[in-house]
Design a protein around this ligand. Sequence first.
Ligand code: DON
Length: 315
Amino acid sequence: MTSAKNYEFINSVLPQWLETSRLQTVHGSTAAYIPELAKAPQEALGIHIMCGNGEHVSAGDCGHVFTLQSISKVFTLILALMDHGEEAIFAKVGMEPTGDDFNSMLKLELVRPGIPFNPFINAGAITISSLIVGDGPEEKSARILEFFRRLAGSDTLDYNMDVYHSESETGHRNRSLAYFLLDNGVLGGSSVEDVLEVYFRHCAIEVTCADLARMGLILAFDGKDPLTGDTLIPRRYVQIAKTFMITCGMYNASGEFAIQAGLPAKSGVSGGILTLVPGQYGIGVVGPALNSKGNSIAGVHLLERLSQELDWSIF
Ligand code: DON
């Protein structure tokens, strides 16, 4: 099926398929370990698919705003790569999936040299936060926000400060991870609280499905914004980010999602999923009810169906 035909087909089936997937939300639950996230509507499900020519189709609760959480890790990794290059970044974080939970500290102690296995687990993303260029947490955070605004094509992207404070006040496990990293010599000269401020802030940047789709579109077109023609990210760094999305983007369900959907994707505990079809679409999904692996239960259901019916798998 050509891309244009695909697009018409998606338009016609999407609302109905979304409602079928929404039925899954009763089997999941919102993240409770960040108290503010537990308030999200359990039954919400929205999707926005954006084409390289700017056309888009959306369905469900697209007006729902949510925080990026772990989805932000894709773009802080890219910014850190743009700041320092590959060699410096991969001296501090590895390239391998862990098989452990996203907030696990097990391997930081068990496996030498004590650097995080990859940039998408919390320990890895906290390390990446320490590597963003800037004079202190405010300047680093401002650079991240500015970069995300450019990728989303939106000057209004901003923090949800309630979520930021909620996580900052309760993020004891991330604090423990950061102290472990400090002890392992991974955080350079940064203090734990400074690094965590940067990390909690970028997790708390608020978006809609349309923003995610727009950011995904840049990745789908190898770093070039197809709507403006501007190159925003070097192709090599998009390639690295997309590879991590396949191997680690859905945490311990990354292998299953690669088999069932076959698309680079990144989820967050707010229920967001950013994914893309190379050369075709950027896609943003939100469904705050999560499955046992921490991914949106209905969002995964909908994306797997779309990919299977439309033959989107990259494999
Ligand atoms: O650090 C945390 O735990 C959250 N700010 C982000 C975790 C997350 O989104 C993991 N996603 N599945």
